[in-house]
Design a protein around this ligand. Structure first.
Ligand SMILES: Nc1ncnc2c1ncn2[C@@H]1O[C@H](COP(=O)(O)OP(=O)(O)OP(=O)(O)O)[C@@H](O)[C@H]1O
Ligand SMILES: [Mg+2]
Length: 229
């Protein structure tokens, strides 16, 4: 059993009187601790697949399993729990909260959850993450005072704060210059090694694909290649 299994997954979007067959029978597995890149040109289905793994969208046909559970069979409450306990997201546009500083943005998902823990322990863990992503000097700053790369670092720390098993990142480097983008992927890889978190990121940037140890290449909604190693 793999941590994540997609079996003959199709996604068809209605589009006016026609439809778009965005994902056409995709099957693959992702193991716990994998550092995965979903690569492929624009429109190949990367975001659609990440959204289905993240339970933001459901397959039209086929199944997505996380820890051997078919996600489309879960009730809303169970999906909320899965999103909170198992999944972390890093969005392309960061989705940081403008009125909160770096520390508060990272703390936010913990406060939303039911397991807030001890305040001092929480502070130590958040301070540790802030140090790991290299933002110690920016701890009290608001997102609008940060560069794109720094904001993405906050987003990574925020995704990790609840200690998720899986972190999904849709084009986490899209708004960054190539050097900063590489640094961000290296940072994700460091977190993957340190915590054993499974990372799945999409990209159409060939240079950062190489940092992944599992590459799934898409073309027109199908798998062109799938290689681990
Ligand atoms: N909500 C939607 N309604 C209709 N069609 C959609 C929808 N979302 C995606 N599509 C279509 O599905 C196909 C795959 O889109 P998807 O966003 O998954 O591609 P992508 O690989 O993430 O592309 P990009 O690199 O540009 O982000 C495209 O043809 C797109 O137009
Ligand atoms: Mg996309």
């Amino acid at each position: 059993m793999s941590l994540i299994e997609l079996d003959s997954v199709h996604k068809i979007y209605p589009l006016g009187k026609t439809e778009v067959h965005a994902v056409k029978g995709v099957t693959f597995g992702i193991e716990a601790g994998d550092f995965v890149s979903i690569a492929g040109p624009s429109g190949s289905g990367k975001s659609t697949i990440l959204n289905m793994i993240g339970c933001i969208d459901t397959p039209t046909e086929g199944t997505v399993k996380i820890k051997d559970t078919v996600t489309s069979s879960l009730k809303d409450k169970q999906i909320t729990d899965l999103r909170h306990d198992v999944l972390g997201f890093i969005f392309q546009n960061f989705n940081l909260i403008p009125v909160l500083n770096v520390y508060e943005n990272i703390e936010f998902p913990v406060l939303l959850g039911k397991n807030k823990g001890d305040k001092q322990q929480r502070k130590e863990w958040i301070d540790y993450l802030i140090k790991e992503v290299g933002l110690e000097e920016w701890r009290d700053h608001k997102p609008n005072e940060l560069s794109g790369g720094q904001r993405q670092r906050v987003a990574i720390a925020r995704a990790l704060v609840t200690k998720p098993v899986i972190v999904l990142a849709d084009e986490p480097t899209a708004n960054l210059d190539s050097k900063t983008g590489e640094n961000i992927i290296e940072l994700m890889k460091k977190m993957n090694k340190e915590f054993g978190t499974t990372f799945i990121f999409s990209t159409h940037d060939r240079t950062i694909v190489d940092i992944a140890d599992h590459v799934i290449r898409l073309k027109d909604g199908t798998i062109e290649s799938n290689s681990r190693g």
